[in-house]
Structure formats: C-alpha cells, structure tokens
Write a protein that binds this ligand. Structure first.
Ligand code: FMN
Length: 347
C-alpha cells in the first residue's frame, strides 16, 4: 500500500477520535442563531396534528428538511458508523452524505466502508464526497464516476476547505483551476453537484462564482459548530488558536446567500453548529431549504447507535413542529416565509 494511502487512512481515524474526545468547537464565534426570534402568532389557525414537515430534495420526497452531513469512510472505524447512520437515514427517510472518498481513489482496502451506506440507506438520496484539492488535480471524469457508483449517489458533494488544507500537516492548500474543473464536472458527471465548506462558511461573492458553474446546491457549513482548524491544530499539537475562530457564522452565510435566489435556482443547505430543532427552524426561516448536522450526530451514533440518531432527529423535528404551529406555518414553505425578529428590535 502506498504511504500516501496510509496517511489518508490515519488522518480519517484521527479525525473521528479528535472529534469525539477533544474540544473542537469555536471559542469566540457562534452560529448567530441566538440573535433571532420567531414572531409568535397568537391567532394561529394551524392544526397542530396536521403540520406537514415533508419537503423535496433531489427530486425525492423526504420526511424532514434535513441531511445527515458528510462525515466518514476510508478507515476501519468508519464502516459501523456509516452503517448505523445509513439505517437511521432510511428509517427517517432523509438524505445522507458519505465522507471524503479520496481513500477509495487510492486503493480498494476500505471500499466497503463507503458501500455500506447505499446498502443500508434504501432509496434515500445518498451524496458522494470529494475534496476541492482533488478536484483541482483530477482531470478524468471516470475517476469521479467510480466513487459515485460506489454509493450509487444521487449527487456529488465537493468540499472546499482551504483553512483545513492550510493547517493540516501534508495538506494541499492549492485549489488552482477549481472553478473550471467544477464547471467541467457539472457538464459531464451526469448527477447534480453540491459545493460545501466544512465549517468556515461561504460568502455571497464566493457563492455567486460557485453558482455560475451551474451547481445544484450550496451547503454553507458555516462557523459556530466544528472548527476544522482546531481539529488540525490538535492533530499537530499546536497551541496558537487564532485560526480556530476563522470563518463566517452559519446564520450570516444563509442570509447573504439567500439573496442570490432572485437570480439563481439552487438548493441552499444550512450547516455548521446545528444541533437542535430551534436552529433548524430558524435556518429555514432565514432562507435555507434544508439543514444538516455532522459532529453532534457522530457523538450520538457512537454512544447510542441507530436508535439514538432516530430519536434525536425525531425530537429535533418535534420542536420544529411546535414552532410551526406557534408561527402559523402549516408546511415547510410557510415556515420559510416566517419573519424572524432580530434581538436588537425587541428591546
Ligand atoms: C468526523 C468528521 C469527519 C468529516 N469529514 C468530512 C468529509 O470527509 N467531507 C466533508 O465534506 N465534510 C466532512 N466533515 C465536515 C462536516 O460535514 C461539516 O461540514 C462540519 O463538521 C460542520 O458541521 P458540524 O458543526 O455540524 O460538525 C466531517 C465532520 C466530522 C465530524
């Protein structure tokens, strides 16, 4: 096995371990959701028991506007995690992403850790995943087809993670040619493409350039949840934490990027620090079509398996349902039109 592949496998293992055992959140930035309040509707005429939480994503009807975010694959620890997450996704009828499939491009050793997702997820949308560093380098569309086929993917996610690549030992902080290669992929791969960050957020001007390539969606993966700079700083045993707090808060990214909806048709996903139903509801009212979560779910799947995930996500959506009733929103479309009041307007 090549030493590069050994390194990829070790990195995947470290990421899981560090995310489970260390404090890798932001220390001076939040998602910003705490600054927004729903407008209570004293005359709601919505029947609580008829609130409709379903929506459509990638042409499929799903039970909740929620996605289990891309996390792992390519290491022995990943197989059980992905199996449990996939069973839960099927039970909840929600989409699920696989972690970076770079390891599968290097050799076949852990392909079952990726395949296990589609094997257990039934026909919910499954998202393939590859990094911007690879997209900048790989010219052959055939290589992408291979990783897409491994999970019979409904879409391909490209993660843009310049901060992580910059801090990571042996990272690849060079995305030259990225936008051109994304555009070529959009034209040739034959499935929708979604571009996501990993916790530093996507600005409006970056989003505009991404949307000009013709992608299906953008996942902001903003600041306030997992700090991938901090994960890599922990791996490097570095003390300087300035970049731990680098990035744009999740709520800010959504508000900025949603203004592009007047010009572009795309799916907007809110992630980065989402771990309850209140923030999911707020992200939809701010303009997202779907919310997503990663590290909070990793912890739950490790401790409580499939039932833990099913119970947690169901309880988040019990809260979304209550908010919809109290704001007079009978479905997700009506929730997306709700006005949020900024804290400064209240007092
Ligand atoms: C253990 C772990 C591994 C991850 N690996 C990937 C990955 O391979 N590809 C990717 O796009 N994002 C990856 N992410 C990033 C998440 O998808 C997400 O964007 C980020 O963690 C912010 O969301 P959170 O605050 O809910 O954790 C990973 C997250 C975790 C917790």
């Amino acid at each position: 096995m090549s030493s590069q592949s050994d390194e990829t496998i070790k990195r995947k293992k470290d990421h899981i371990e560090i995310c489970l055992s260390e404090d890798v959140g932001f220390s001076s930035i939040t998602t910003g959701f705490e600054n927004y309040y729903f407008e209570h509707n004293a005359i709601t005429e919505v029947d609580f028991n008829k609130v409709d939480l379903t929506t459509k994503f990638l042409k499929k009807k799903i039970n909740y506007p929620f996605l289990i975010s891309c996390m792992t694959g390519g290491t022995s620890e990943a197989e059980k995690i992905n199996e449990h997450l996939a069973i839960a996704a099927k039970e909840l009828n929600i989409p699920i992403g696989v972690g970076s499939q770079r390891q599968a491009l290097e050799n076949d050793k852990y392909i079952s850790s990726y395949k296990v997702i589609r094997k257990n997820a039934g026909d919910v949308p499954v998202l393939s995943n590859i990094g911007a560093a690879q997209v900048s380098q790989i010219k052959s569309v055939e290589q992408y087809r291979r990783i897409v086929e491994l999970v019979n993917a409904s879409a391909l996610v490209i993660h843009v993670n310049p901060l992580q690549e910059m801090i990571q030992t042996s990272g690849e902080p060079n995305f030259k040619g990225l936008l051109k290669n994304i555009e070529r992929l959009v034209q040739r791969i034959g499935i929708p493409i979604i571009v996501k960050e990993v916790g530093s957020g996507i600005s409006k001007s970056a989003a505009k350039k991404i949307l000009d390539t013709g992608v299906y969606g953008i996942d902001v993966a903003g600041a306030g949840g997992t700090s991938w700079a901090q994960v890599e700083l922990k791996r490097n045993k570095e003390e300087n934490e300035y970049f731990r707090n680098w990035g744009l808060p999740t709520s800010y990214c959504i508000r900025q990027i949603k203004t592009l909806k007047s010009k572009y048709k795309f799916s907007l996903i809110a992630s980065g620090g989402i771990s309850n139903g209140i923030d999911i509801a707020k992200s939809i009212a701010l303009g997202a079509d779907l919310a997503a979560s990663a590290r909070p779910l990793l912890k739950i799947v490790m401790n409580n398996g499939v039932d833990g995930i099913v119970n947690e996500i169901s309880s988040w959506f019990d809260d979304v349902k209550k908010i919809m009733y109290l704001t007079g929103s009978k479905n997700i479309k009506e929730l997306s039109k709700q006005k949020l009041i900024n804290r400064t307007e209240l007092y």
